[in-house]
Design a protein around this ligand. Structure first.
Ligand SMILES: CC(C)=CCC/C(C)=C/CC/C(C)=C/CC/C(C)=C/COP(=O)(O)OP(=O)(O)O
Ligand SMILES: O=P(O)(O)OC[C@@H](O)CO
Ligand SMILES: [Mg+2]
Length: 247
């Protein structure tokens, strides 16, 4: 089954998908595999792999190989640039950062990476990537014109543009480690116009209560990264997040 179908199926049946983001630059491959295994034991639906800085090359390949030795759920690339691709991943969030001022993040990295996606046979999942305040490292690296937290209509405008350009997924990003996630008002307004198109929300989600607020507001998929890197008990933390967002 395609990864996109797998994720959509979970969203339909269980209400919300949980995705665990692992940055291959943050720990050695064995430690990444331990995190991935604990996350799957805790109920996460797939592992996303990527980072804003330094997340490519051998470390990426080795991290994926180690992770795949231990788990069966899909591995999905979340590339910061064309260098964030690996033959060992199942799928890639093939995204355009719609509110970037830098054409490299709107179309150039996509063009440089597309031949590799084709050659490696990785499943591309088309996605509109939209960054709101505070934006964090990814907002800076991607030179995003950050959507103000209190301007849902701007997030709606970009999300609709992505949908009309044929993108299947929309990702509302507050930035890794954000002090607060995207507001429920923004999530709700965007989901309202997306209809059946799937909405991913990430950045600053650290506990079940916050994850549930985002899911109830309209997120189809919740991404957590930083909290998984910081906690001592990954399995327990993922269980908390997953039980809060699933039917
Ligand atoms: C589709 C292809 C080949 C490339 C897309 C290139 C684009 C549009 C990138 C968007 C901008 C960007 C830098 C995205 C990075 C996404 C990401 C992995 C963010 C989170 O990574 P963390 O490592 O947790 O963030 P920090 O580095 O802030 O910790
Ligand atoms: O690290 P956190 O804050 O969980 O954010 C996850 C993801 O949205 C970053 O791209
Ligand atoms: Mg990180």
């Amino acid at each position: 089954m395609k990864v996109e179908e797998y994720l959509n199926g979970i969203a339909e049946r269980e209400g919300t998908v949980h995705l665990t983001l692992i940055d291959p630059a943050s720990q050695p491959p064995e430690a990444a595999a331990d995190i991935a295994k604990a996350a799957v034991d805790g109920g996460t639906d797939a592992i996303m792999i990527g980072g804003s800085t330094g997340a490519g090359g051998l470390a990426l390949d080795q991290t994926l190989l180690k992770i795949k030795e231990h788990i069966d759920v899909p591995t999905i690339l979340f590339p910061g640039n064309a260098g964030g691709l690996s033959i060992y991943a199942d799928a890639v969030l093939f995204m355009s950062l719609l509110n970037s001022r830098d054409i490299n993040y709107v179309t150039t990295n996509q063009a440089m990476g597309a031949p590799l996606v084709y050659k490696y046979g990785i499943e591309p999942i088309s996605m509109a990537y939209i960054i709101t305040e505070p934006g964090g490292t990814v907002g800076w690296v991607g030179d995003a014109k950050l959507i103000p937290r209190n301007k849902p209509e701007l997030a709606v405008a970009y999300s609709l543009a992505g949908k009309y350009m044929g993108m299947h997924y929309t990702y509302l990003e507050a930035g890794s480690g954000a002090d607060q996630p995207v507001t429920p008002a923004t999530i709700g307004a965007v989901k309202h116009v997306l209809g059946d198109n799937k909405l991913i929300v990430g950045g600053g989600i650290r506990d079940g209560k916050t994850a549930k607020i985002c899911a109830d507001a309209g997120a189809d998929m919740i991404v957590t990264g930083t909290i998984v890197e910081e906690t001592d008990d990954v399995r327990n933390k993922i269980e908390e997040l997953v039980s809060a967002i699933k039917k």
